[in-house]
Design a binder for this molecule. Structure first.
Ligand SMILES: [Fe+2]
Ligand SMILES: [Fe+2]
Length: 315
């Protein structure tokens, strides 16, 4: 690693929670050079890390470029005919999102799980030209939204895993529905999209709330998109206590997969607000804060699964 600008820190505790290195991990020497401690895929030697920690080392380093190459190679090889250049931006954004997730202290198991689902979801997008066109339009017009959607998708699939849902098609549909949850925003005027929702007039607020139905209608018109996926899109802002929109549905009427995506969306929104305010909480702290603020607005089983995941270090 030669360039200081392209290195990112990672706490030694996070590295300690991994069994294998998800990417090359370096230690910074007193003369500021970087020494490779663990190579990608190699086991993490915990006693060795503990020795460094005892000497006062709190941080390890990774190379942004190496991480990006590793994830691009993995996502690119997902399709038999090689990477689709039109989805290059999605790959790049995925790299950024997985990078953020590791820095939030996510567990190795969850990281690998989300990565595997990401790969499948990308394949689904690639196979349906109409779907990938809609997604391309979305990522070109609203790249920030795509970063947000990728993070919701990763978190929702991790949560589905925590719910002990094991049917692969369910997990894939959650991943895809979460990735596309805000695709209806394509139909919104820029001035509404760029305004803080709290500052919108009641009329504009209604227009914003229309993105759920707009998204459903874009996707339900595509033959390859399963009903579960567009129901996630239609219901992702509904809340169990009926306080959501557009229909104010109560819990039992909300699609089961949308209940999971709804809370993942809320956790990511909290993360983004924190980032804007210059704060960086761990994934655990974000989940705890979301539950403390609004557990009653979400499905009880989903809340219980999150609590269990917190208790068993699933993040
Ligand atoms: Fe939304
Ligand atoms: Fe969202």
């Amino acid at each position: 690693m030669s360039n200081n600008r392209s290195v990112k820190s990672i706490s030694i505790e996070t590295a300690m929670s991994w069994d294998t290195a998800p990417f090359n991990l370096y230690i910074q020497l007193p003369d500021s050079r970087f020494l490779a401690l663990f190579r990608t895929g190699n086991p993490i030697d915990k006693p060795r890390l503990q020795k460094y920690a005892a000497k006062g080392v709190t941080t390890l380093w990774s190379s942004e470029q190496e991480l990006s190459d590793a994830i691009s190679a993995e996502l690119g090889s997902a399709s038999s005919g090689g990477a689709d250049p039109r989805l290059e931006m999605l790959t790049k954004l995925s790299v950024a999102v997985f990078d953020q997730l590791t820095r939030l202290g996510i567990s190795e198991e969850s990281f690998n799980h989300a990565k595997a689902v990401g790969k499948v979801v990308r394949n689904v997008l690639e196979k349906d030209p109409k779907l990938s066109d809609a997604f391309l339009k979305f990522q070109t017009m609203q790249p920030d939204q795509v970063r947000h959607s990728l993070m919701v998708s990763a978190l929702a699939t991790i949560l589905a895993n925590g719910m002990e849902w094991i049917k692969p098609s369910t997990i894939e549909n959650i991943g895809l529905g979460a990735l596309l949850h805000d695709i209806g925003k394509l139909t919104l005027p820029a001035e509404i999209l760029n305004t803080d929702p709290g500052m919108l007039s009641p009329t504009d607020r209604k227009i914003l709330e229309g993105h759920c139905e707009a998204g459903r209608s874009i996707l339900s018109g595509l033959k390859t998109v399963p009903e579960e996926v567009y129901m996630i899109v239609a219901h992702h802002h509904e809340r169990a206590d009926g306080s959501g929109y557009p229909q104010g549905l109560k819990d039992i009427y909300i699609h089961p997969l949308a209940r999971v995506v709804a809370i993942a969306n809320e956790i990511v929104d909290r993360y983004e607000r924190d980032q804007k305010a210059g704060r960086q909480a761990s994934i655990k702290a974000l989940v705890e804060a979301t539950l403390a603020a609004s557990a009653s607005r979400f499905n009880r089983d989903v809340v219980k699964a999150l609590q269990k995941m917190l208790a068993t270090e699933k993040f």
